[in-house]
Design a binder for this molecule. Structure first.
Ligand code: AMP
Ligand code: MG
Length: 412
């Protein structure tokens, strides 16, 4: 066990994140699934297209297809056949001949241009052009969506609805995705009661485990819920051992601040290699991270906002890497702060804000009412983090600040 920070030295947020990312690895096991079952799963291989999409030149309009070169001298064409979606024209047009064609129908090789049906006059089997037509009008080309041989989706992509549509369009019905990780979660604290139970004097309903399970579900993990564990060394040891045996990731909340940390620290020191970090972030600060014999461990603070924000900012990127997901920087923008934001240098703040657009179309951000680490309703009201650098002081109203909109893991 190592204690990398003393009470006075806090580990900068980015350093904590890169140490954490440096010590977790992707669980390489994959499985092959029907594409219908892969929403939210992570691709285990690049997907290269073995076909052109669309597979053949086809018409973007209902109309008439012909060879443009034969139009230069011709005012009218003779209708010699038809090409419908799924029932192509099998013959060949000659000079001054055209075919009836419908949207999506294959354009035969002898034709290169389509005229919309609104721009012709029909007289029995004669088709008269009533408007000027340009070469290649209304032609959709083979491979113009996806060319044969191109990489359509890369390894590590978390699959969404569009990706699944793309796979189907290539004729792919099964693919290899990384196996789901399993996370075991428990909360610690003698004061905690399960929602639905009756509160005794001094008790509180526990919320962290429920919110965290929902965040884990959004990341597509299997979850083992070990409930509330008493502040008791044996109970904590049993919980850690049980969790480690069953899961790839073990998550606990509570009991990582000074004093209470003792049981956790003692037990974890015996079982594995754990770092108790005091991360220079607010909300947050106490955060434990390390390895148990068969799992990776994240020890989150008990205060609800701290638990969710440290999980979101530190544990989620680690879990993404373990799941094989491509790393990508958090999306952020600059917005004008409407409020004065109180801050002392020394920690990186993830203040909760409400991002919106003013009458001029510019991004502006309000601070939520309370920034307390126990005020869970502050997260309900917010839609973004206002990220303030470690050494920065207070922000004046009207200053530009960096804003990270919440993603689907924490809200939405
Ligand atoms: P701890 O980190 O255990 O010292 O807890 C810090 C604060 O967070 C205390 O006020 C606890 O009552 C509260 N807390 C701890 N765990 C939870 C939880 N699972 N849900 C809600 N509040 C909690
Ligand atoms: Mg506690």
């Amino acid at each position: 066990m190592s204690d990398c920070c003393t009470a006075t030295s806090l580990l900068p947020f980015h350093q904590a994140l890169s140490m954490l990312l440096g010590s977790v690895t992707c669980i390489e096991k994959s499985e092959t699934l029907a594409i219908t079952d892969t929403l939210g799963r992570v691709l285990a291989h690049d997907i290269e297209s073995t076909v052109n999409v669309p597979p053949h030149n086809n018409s973007a309009m209902d109309g008439y297809a012909f060879a443009y070169s034969s139009m230069q001298q011709a005012k009218s064409f003779t209708l010699v056949g038809k090409s419908f979606a799924g029932a192509p024209f099998m013959g060949k047009t000659k000079f001054r001949e055209c075919i009836r064609i419908m949207t999506g129908a294959k354009i035969p090789e002898c034709c290169d241009t389509v005229v919309m049906q609104e721009n012709v006059r029909l007289d029995h089997d004669k088709v008269w052009l009533t408007k000027t037509v340009k070469l290649h009008d209304h032609v959709r080309y083979a491979g113009e969506d996806i060319a044969k041989g191109s990489i359509v989706l890369t390894k590590g992509k978390r699959l969404n609805a569009v990706d699944i549509g793309l796979l189907a369009s290539l004729g792919i019905n099964t693919i290899a995705v990384y196996c789901k990780l399993t996370a075991a979660i428990f909360s610690t604290g003698d004061e905690l009661r399960q929602p639905g139970d009756v509160l005794k004097d001094g008790d509180i309903y526990e919320s962290n485990r429920f919110a965290l399970k929902a965040m884990l579900a959004r990341q597509g993990l299997n979850i083992i819920d070990l409930g509330i564990i008493r502040d008791n060394k044996k109970a904590i040891r049993d919980a850690f051992m049980h969790a480690d045996r069953q899961a790839d990731i073990v998550i606990s909340t509570g009991g990582v601040s000074v004093g209470e940390a003792d049981y956790n620290k003692e037990v974890l020191a015996e079982l594995g290699e754990i770092n108790f970090w005091k991360v220079a972030m607010k909300p947050g600060k106490p955060f434990a991270f390390g390895k148990l014999p068969d799992s990776v461990f994240f020890g989150l603070p008990g205060n609800p906002v701290s638990a969710l924000v440290t999980f979101h900012q530190l544990a989620v990127p680690g879990i993404m890497k373990m799941q094989g997901q491509q790393a990508k920087p958090r999306f952020s923008i600059k917005a004008k702060s409407i409020d004065h934001l109180k801050k002392s240098p020394g920690r990186m703040d993830f203040q909760r804000g409400i991002l919106s657009v003013d009458a001029h179309g510019c991004a502006v951000v309000h601070s939520v009412k309370s920034q307390g680490s126990g005020i869970l309703s502050s997260l309900r009201d917010a839609n973004c983090y206002i990220v303030l650098a470690q050494e920065q002081g207070s922000v004046d109203a009207g200053d530009l600040v960096t804003v990270q909109p919440f993603d689907h893991i924490i809200t939405q």
